[in-house]
Ligand binder design. Sequence first.
Ligand SMILES: [Zn+2]
Length: 215
Amino acid sequence: MMKNLILIQPNGILKRIYPRAVWNMDRSKKKIYLTFDDGPIPGLTEWVLDELKKFQVKATFFCVGANILKHYQIFERISHEGHVVANHTMFHSKGFKHTVTDYMREVDDCAKLVGNSLFRPPYGQLKRAQYKALIQKGYRIVLWDVISYDYETISGERCLSNAIRGRRNGSIVIFHDNLKAEKNIKYALPLFLEDSIKNGYTFECIPLSQDALAL
Ligand SMILES: [Zn+2]
C-alpha cells in the first residue's frame, strides 16, 4: 500500500535527482499553493470547485488528459473560475513503465489540451532520461512539499493533520480529485481551508512559466 512513499518523499534523494523540479514556492511569503491531481471527474471535481468558491481560493488542477476529453465541461469550468489547469499525462502513466518517446508523447498531447508548461509526473515517477527530455522541451516540473495522503486508507482527521502539520510559507500542497480520495478530501479540504485562512495564509495558483514549449 505504501510502496510509493519512497518515490514521493520530497526531501533528500529526489531533490538531487530532479534538481530543476519545483518542490515549493517562496518561503518568505505566507502563501499556499493548493494542487489537485487526477481529475476532472463528475461530482468530486465539481464539489472541490464549489468549496474553493466558498472560500474564494484559487488552485492548480493537474488533470489527466483522458479525463479532460471525457469531462470537457468540467475542465472548462475549472479555468473559467480562475484556476489553473495543468498537465498530468494523458493516461496517468508511470514513468518507470514507459519509454522516453511514449512518455513524452503522452505529456505533449496533454500539454496541447491544457495549453501551458506546468507538468506533474503521476506517482512522482520519472526516469532520468524522461526528466531530461521534459526540461529540454521547456516543461516546468511541479512536485510538492506537503502531501495529505488523502488516497490512502487513513481517516479524514489524519489526512487533515498531515496537511496542517506540513504546511509552511510557500508550501505546495497536494490533494486528489479521484474516487479513492473522495471520503478524506471531503472531510479535510474545507477544514484545511478554514484553518489556513484563520492562520493568515492566502492561496495562489502555481505561476505559469513564460517560456514557450518546444512541441
Ligand atoms: Zn496522479
